[in-house]
Design a protein around this ligand. Structure first.
Ligand SMILES: [Zn+2]
Length: 184
């Protein structure tokens, strides 16, 4: 694609539910329509989050940035948790929207959450920053059986297979067992 992709592109498992829920308890820092990234939500975790894999393995507070959202249902200052109602619908908004998917970045920098290595120049809400991101798949776990009552059913977006790194194809399930992504 000519530039490095920081983050992961996802779509819902059955390509019919575009709802997005909070990945962890978090405070909304920015929300709105960004000139380049489309509908966005930027938030910081309230508590330290388990990083189960990779060079930053451990526990720390994290920033999450979401882009290409079709609709958002939160406002700046809101506190949201995974069990709450949906915070957004994913879509294809923004200059790089493509087919409907969620672009999600996880960052270890919670002091300057709006600064991302994805942009080479600052946009309206999403600013040009240094890279302190980590692979979202080092944080997320998959409910492989789909039997535990979690509402979120993300898998990697078929539409953007060129953007998926080999690392993104494996993650762990809720018990820590390695799961290979299908249909990537
Ligand atoms: Zn992306």
């Amino acid at each position: 694609m000519g530039f490095e992709h920081f983050g992961t592109d996802m779509a819902d498992k059955f390509r019919k539910d575009i709802s997005i829920y909070a990945p962890f308890k978090m405070k909304i820092v920015a929300v709105g329509l960004d000139t380049l990234m489309g509908g966005i939500i930027i938030a910081t975790s309230v508590n330290p989050i388990d990083i189960h894999y990779g060079p930053k393995k451990g526990s720390r507070r994290l920033t999450v940035r979401m882009a290409h959202l079709a609709k958002t249902y939160v406002k700046v200052g809101d506190l949201v948790s995974p069990e709450d109602s949906k915070i957004a619908d994913y879509g294809s908004t923004g200059k790089y929207g493509g087919s409907p998917h969620l672009h999600i970045e996880i960052d270890t920098d919670v002091e300057y959450p709006q600064y991302s290595p994805t942009l080479s120049r600052s946009s309206k809400l999403w600013k040009k920053g240094k890279n302190s991101t980590l692979n979202p798949m080092d944080v997320f776990k998959v409910d492989a059986s789909g039997q535990r009552g979690f509402k979120q059913t993300f898998s990697h977006a078929k539409a953007s297979r060129g953007w998926v790194k080999p690392d993104d194809k494996t993650t762990v399930d809720l018990d820590g067992k390695i799961v290979k992504a299908k249909s990537v």
